[in-house]
Design a protein around this ligand. Structure first.
Ligand SMILES: Cc1cc2nc3c(=O)[nH]c(=O)nc-3n(C[C@H](O)[C@H](O)[C@H](O)COP(=O)(O)OP(=O)(O)OC[C@H]3O[C@@H](n4cnc5c(N)ncnc54)[C@H](O)[C@@H]3O)c2cc1C
Length: 427
């Protein structure tokens, strides 16, 4: 699908004093390449950071939001785990490494290393809300490569995390959660501006072909007119199903693999309420919801706590996520039904005493790609493609991370490869 703005699914909309991000709301960064990009396109000044009041993360437990422990003492005191569950978690360093190199699911890995309770109470709600996924389907090696490599390297995730912390591996780029004063679209907007005429809005690539001189013809349609661009290299950064279409005649097997990548649907129900209509203090980022408890919401983000100036004075704003692998049918529900389900759930979670004064509903039919078992094979095939078809590269959120941070990092990696191989990045 072509778009007339840069940024794909990232879109920030201002309406009635609210700032609504249609997809990504924030970026959790610990990578220097994200800062390099922000510097290059000159958006550092527009960056805003998580408010002090948004340190906590909540998780629904027995119908009430319970905050996730931020340290050992809070962990010992929390009732998110039973005593037995806590002991099982603490024993993680004693659990031996996996015996085989099997492509374990997230659920298998977490149960094996941390026990059932950690899966059910913490990981499942997190995967449901942040990945719109199912831990019994997702590959741990592909979805959380860092967990997998810590086990391989240190024999324990907890020891690995501790050692990394002691070594200060991220010291040159401390972790920050940020957005921009006008929302996440600021970043792709600035990239578009930086590219100038090299970014052609509203144009759809219909085909690519390699010429005898090994350069590429890129055939693009805009307003019914077709243009052919010539380039030394092509980076396809569309969703996987569109990349599959573009490479179909060049490498049918890879195209077939890409067609097999599944996406979960997500509905965003954005709501604004009078502050006094909400009972909860909203002293956190938001609340994640475990499956099987009868809720439609996967998670709710408390935008007006997370960043300042996200809602008019005296109002609060929530971004509520519905659908995912848990309830994919939500994508086809009518607006009234989605809103009713959201208000019903919000009332149980934070206590609502009057209807919202602002609502925006956004449907993402193919929202989040799912890295299921076998994903490593897809990666290997895609990343070795330039060896078979020189000058043809693929990037996107369906390869090595769905977050905006990971997409930037992957883009930098492809950019580095292009540079090292003598391709001049013109377009
Ligand atoms: C509801 C939701 C909430 C999220 N929240 C967060 C968050 O808070 N933080 C975070 O880090 N991540 C978040 N994400 C994930 C993140 O937003 C995405 O993974 C990321 O933005 C995807 O970027 P992309 O460029 O790979 O894909 P897309 O955004 O899908 O971009 C693909 C681009 O390709 C273009 N295109 C397609 N076909 C063609 C063609 N034939 N010719 C030309 N152009 C074409 C499209 O127009 C589009 O611009 C969220 C995602 C969703 C759905």
């Amino acid at each position: 699908m072509r778009r007339s703005r840069p940024g794909g699914i990232i879109r920030s909309e201002s309406a009635d004093g609210y700032l609504i991000d249609h997809a990504a709301n924030c970026l959790l960064n610990y990578l220097p390449e994200v800062n390099t990009l922000c510097d290059t396109v000159n958006v550092r000044e527009a960056q805003i950071y998580r408010s002090k009041g948004a340190r906590r993360r909540y998780l629904l437990k027995n119908g009430h939001p319970a905050h996730l422990p931020g340290g050992l003492l809070e962990f010992l005191g929390t009732d998110l785990w039973s005593l037995r569950g806590k002991l099982r978690l603490i024993l993680e360093p004693l659990i031996p490494r996996a015996k085989t190199d099997e492509d374990e699911t997230v659920a298998q890995f977490i149960i094996r290393r941390f026990g059932h309770e950690t899966l059910e109470q913490i990981v499942e709600p997190f995967i449901g809300g942040s990945y719109a996924g199912d831990p019994f389907q997702l590959s741990v090696k592909s979805t959380f490569p860092i967990l997998h490599s810590m086990e391989n390297r240190y024999g324990s995730v907890m020891i690995g995390a501790l050692l990394k912390r002691l070594k200060g591996s991220k010291a040159n780029c401390p972790t920050h959660l940020f957005s921009f004063s006008h929302g996440m679209e600021t970043l792709p907007g600035a990239i578009g501006h930086y590219l100038g005429e090299r970014f052609v809005p509203g144009s759809r690539v219909t085909g690519i072909e390699q010429r005898v001189d090994k350069t590429w013809n890129i055939i693009a349609d805009k307003d019914g007119a077709s243009t052919i661009y010539n380039a030394d290299a092509v980076v396809i950064a569309t969703p996987s199903y569109e990349a599959a279409r573009l490479i179909d005649t060049l490498e049918g097997g890879t195209s077939w693999m890409l067609k097999g990548i599944k996406y979960s649907p997500v509905v965003v129900v954005y709501t604004g309420f009078k502050r006094e209509s909400v009972r909860h203090p909203l002293d956190g980022i938001g609340c994640m919801i475990p499956s099987g408890k009868g809720y439609s919401i996967l998670g709710t983000l408390w935008n007006s706590t997370l960043f300042t100036d996200r809602a008019p004075a005296g109002m609060v704003a929530f971004t509520n996520y519905l659908g995912g692998r848990r309830n994919p049918e939500m994508i086809d529900k009518a607006d009234e039904e989605l809103l009713d389900a959201t208000i019903r759930d919000l009332d149980k979670i934070v206590g609502i005493s009057s209807p919202p004064s602002f609502v925006r509903i956004i449907r993402h039919k193919r929202a989040i790609p799912q890295y299921t078992r076998g994903h490593q094979g897809i990666l290997k095939t895609v990343e070795s493609m330039p060896g078979r078809i020189p000058g043809l590269f693929i990037a996107g959120n369906y390869l090595r991370g769905i977050s905006v941070r990971d997409c930037i990092s992957y883009g930098a990696r492809v950019g580095g490869y292009l540079k090292n191989n003598g391709f001049d990045a013109k377009a």
